[in-house]
Ligand binder design. Structure first.
Ligand SMILES: [Zn+2]
Length: 267
């Protein structure tokens, strides 16, 4: 599932493709991906300009010139492609937005959705999200840590605790911090809290720099998206050698979540 770095990569790259452009039409083949009837959706977006794209946690917000907002969550398996009819991937599209000759295709929106909201509704919809990792200083991060007693895996992937981190980056952050994902928050020393804080920042920044870990390109010639996949140290690397100590990476289920870590150099 795309997490903060994947959605931030989409925001940055897609802004260059569609910011300031007018939506010239739309198609909907899966009405369930929307929160309004397809005809109402098409009428609401056609002729509107995309003023700017904003990312909140794992959501991408399309701010339209009508002061309405499209809220995208890709959930599991969703992705985006931007290009011409000739360039589009051989997939089914649940929603397509037209930009005079080029299209933004929404793919794999089974659990994911594209909802149309007023600006006030957006705040309602997103109000349960916890703070964004990059907005916190260490003292604020310590306050957040003090609000929960679960293990690191559960806490880091809880969107009301911190927003934007999921299965992949929770494992990567724990690895860089040298902490087992099964460690509980109250058991962390101040020095370990600081390692966790610094790892969170460095992992997410590096992942954004390398375009996240999900491989499908946004457009033909996109060489950025997915670059972090090769840089993941533990996620989806069961049995591979730990880059720090040489022991095999372990896979385990922890609180019903997939978890990859090094049992030798994380403690
Ligand atoms: Zn190791």
């Amino acid at each position: 599932m795309p997490e903060l770095p994947e959605m931030e990569t989409y925001r940055q790259q897609l802004s260059r493709c569609i910011q300031g452009k007018t939506i010239s039409g739309a198609e909907v083949t899966r009405p369930k991906s929307l929160n309004v009837e397809p005809e109402a959706f098409i009428n609401a977006v056609t002729g509107k300009r995309v003023l700017r794209l904003e990312r909140r946690a794992k959501h991408l917000l399309f701010h339209l010139s009508s002061e309405r907002v499209l809220v995208l969550h890709l959930m599991l398996g969703g992705w985006l492609f931007y290009g011409t009819d000739a360039e589009k991937p051989d997939r089914t599209f649940q929603v397509t937005l037209h930009f005079q000759g080029e299209q933004l295709y929404f793919i794999g929106l089974r659990l994911g959705y594209l909802h149309l909201h007023s600006q006030a509704e957006v705040e309602d919809v997103l109000h349960k999200l916890g703070p964004e990792p990059f907005t916190l200083g260490f003292a604020e991060f310590q306050q957040v840590l003090a609000s929960k007693r679960s293990n690191l895996k559960v806490a880091l992937t809880d969107q009301s605790f911190l927003s934007g981190i999921g299965n992949c980056y929770s494992d990567e952050i724990c690895f860089i911090a040298g902490l087992l994902p099964s460690r509980t928050l109250p058991s962390l020393s101040e020095e370990e809290q600081l390692r966790l804080f610094e790892a969170m920042g460095s992992v997410l920044r590096e992942a954004i720099q390398y375009g996240g870990y999900m491989a499908d390109p946004l457009f033909v010639g996109d060489s950025l998206t997915g670059g972090f996949d090769a840089k993941c140290r533990v996620y989806d690397r069961e049995g591979e050698t730990c880059v720090r100590c040489g022991q095999p990476i372990v896979f385990a289920e922890l609180s019903s979540r997939k978890c990859f870590y090094c049992a030798s150099c994380q403690s």
